[in-house]
Design a protein around this ligand. Structure first.
Ligand SMILES: [Zn+2]
Length: 388
């Protein structure tokens, strides 16, 4: 686990320095090789501008990563913006199975995070200690803002790639995920989901310490489709809501994620079979390590029929504010990390936290965020050097 502490720019710089070699490798490996520096800058610019409007601290963080690792801001933006490239041309590909439960006073969401070998390299837990926002632990790639995670309030976010439909040059989803993880509960995160412009089809599942479990599918240019609140949720890499299904590219989806239908139906079946299980963590772990239908199983093993396999899995106990991260296959993890937010008091005092969150929500609407201290200057310098 890597821990970064301080302002956005400081945390980014720590991240960049510590993972400089891995970030440089990822830039070389994952960004299209036929793009020169000017082209990278031109492609990154609209995504960077939109991220600055959404949450300028995330731009400061990416500028810090670039400065610390000796890369450019454009390269770091593009590492966080697979939406800028067509799925077929993208070097990193992912799939996932999500499952969640809120029952008997216990709320847990979990996910198998599947990726191709490219995407698996360097995946790790990054913990951010932020003086201005809730502390957060995310599963992240080198140079990345994070794929899935939980914050100190016990708000957790997991999500699934969906395929097809339009692409909008907004803030990339990795930035959006971090913005959602700055909220305190599911309700405020859902409000943020509604207010944000989304770049592509995606499914988010959110849960909080109070036991509110919600699923929402987002798409560009339209309001998200929020599913009715339920005691259990399962999701794989195909859309469920009618309006999202209407724009999804089902043919491409079935060729990229042929296991998706089976993973979703099997996970749902297991949730029914295990409804009497008292401990929800054990129940969800049971689902994540299931091998029914191999190679199309929930625990995806390397197999030529589909390019992705399970690289990591998470079990987020929102009630206890404990985040478990497992690296490797869900059935036989190679390593694991536990971040126990429940063991310590909230780092952001309630009053201060709520004030910060009000600013955050305002920022979504008005694009204003009070710049502060060195981070701003550094970001501006980096921007002028790196991207404009
Ligand atoms: Zn397995």
């Amino acid at each position: 686990m890597y821990t970064f502490a301080g302002t956005a720019y400081e945390r980014g710089k720590q991240h960049g320095r510590e993972l400089a070699v891995a970030i440089g490798d990822r830039v070389g490996r994952s960004l299209p090789v036929d793009l020169d520096a000017a082209q990278r800058t031109r492609i990154a610019q609209p995504w960077l501008d939109a991220t600055e409007e959404l949450d300028i601290d995330l731009v400061r963080e990416m500028a810090g990563i670039a400065a610390g690792s000796g890369t450019t801001l454009a390269e770091i933006v593009l590492l966080n913006c697979f939406e800028a490239f067509k799925l077929q041309e993208s070097e990193e590909k992912g799939g996932c199975t999500v499952v969640g439960s809120t029952t008997n006073g216990q709320t847990v969401i979990a996910q198998n995070w599947d990726g191709n070998p490219q995407r698996a390299i360097g995946i790790a837990v990054h913990r951010h200690r932020d003086p201005d926002a809730p502390d957060v632990a995310v599963l992240s790639s080198p140079g990345g803002l994070g794929w899935i995670g939980m914050n100190e309030y016990g708000l957790a976010l997991v999500n699934n790639d969906l395929v097809g439909g339009p692409i909008a040059r907004t803030a990339p989803s990795q930035a959006i995920r971090r913005v959602l993880l700055k909220q305190t509960d599911t309700s405020s995160a859902l409000s943020a989901v509604q207010a944000i412009s989304h770049p592509a089809l995606r499914s988010y599942v959110l849960a909080d310490a109070a036991g509110v479990l919600a699923a929402v599918e987002v798409l560009p240019h339209e309001a998200p489709a929020t599913a009715p609140t339920a005691a259990t949720v399962v999701h794989a890499n195909h859309a469920v809501a009618a309006k999202v299904r209407a724009v999804e590219d089902r043919k491409l989806q079935e060729s990229v994620f042929p296991s998706s239908a089976h993973r979703a139906s099997r996970a749902a079946e297991l949730m029914v079979q295990t409804y009497q299980q008292a401990d929800q963590r054990d129940r969800l772990r049971r689902v994540l390590r299931d091998h029914d239908g191999l190679p199309f199983s929930v625990c995806r093993h390397p197999d030529p029929t589909e390019v992705t396999h399970t690289v990591a899995s998470v079990v987020f106990d929102c009630t206890k504010r404990q985040a478990e991260f497992y690296l490797g296959l869900a059935c036989e993890p190679d390593a694991y990390e536990v971040v126990d937010f429940g063991a310590t008091a909230l780092s952001v005092a309630h009053g201060r936290g709520e004030a910060a969150l009000t600013e955050e929500t305002d920022g979504l609407a008005s694009s204003s965020s009070a710049p502060s201290s060195a981070g701003t200057n550094s970001t501006n310098i980096e921007r002028s050097e790196g991207i404009e």
